[in-house]
Ligand binder design. Sequence first.
Ligand code: IPE
Ligand code: IPE
Ligand code: MG
Length: 247
Amino acid sequence: MSFNNNKQHGLDPALIPRHVAIIMDGNGRWAKKRALNRIRGHEKGLEAVRAIVRVCRELKILVLTLYAFSTENWQRPAAEIAGLMRLLKKFLVQERAELVESNIRLSVIGQPDRLPDNVQKALRQTMDATAQNDGSILNLALSYGGRTEIVEMVRSVAGKVAHGKIRTQDINEALVESHLYTKGIPELDLLIRTSGEMRISNFLLWQLAYAEIFVTPTLWPDFSADEFIDILKQFQLRDRRFGKVLP
Ligand code: IPE
Ligand code: IPE
Ligand code: MG
């Protein structure tokens, strides 16, 4: 079934990325162009989230990581943060049934304990409701910062060394990885950033080591399943050399 679907989209089923991450940028600009409040842009952006979650499931992409709120985004005006938190909670409640039905497990990276209590509660409920799902993972980066993730990893590894649980010489890439928020999640294959900015904005600093990067000028609320599939087609044409010389 998935084979046929993938063929329909002109994609090679053998080269479907396992883990795709998206920096969903441009909601504010989308609203500004229409002389609307920035929150309206975030609302519209939520529709794009739904469409991309669906197409990822259809294409059997194992993990979709969405950058929804960064550690730096706490410095935005209180009203915008409140609007974003309201929309996040709405998403977590409204999508619960569809996620369960679609066999998608919700997971989170970042510092969810910094979110307002009502959002934390909705998050926990949706994570619990989908905990047994084993089809794919929707991974939300919430109050996420790549530098904070690395600091927390160092703290945890250093604590174990101090308590004699591991020796300094046991620290290697696999051990570091097992102390990151993304532990157990497949290697990142593809990063997409919408709305044209050529930067990482503190996202998945360690995990990006060998990901393919695509930046599209499309603002996030205008991003569609068709454009996503188009990017996957380009991804499938890339030579991923991982530092080696291809035969
Ligand atoms: C991305 O859109 C959403 C979040 C960061 C939460 P922005 O709000 O950053 O939109 P622009 O970059 O101002 O257009
Ligand atoms: C990155 O977008 C964060 C999210 C998409 C959640 P920002 O709009 O916050 O990043 P900058 O300010 O352009 O670097
Ligand atoms: Mg932005």
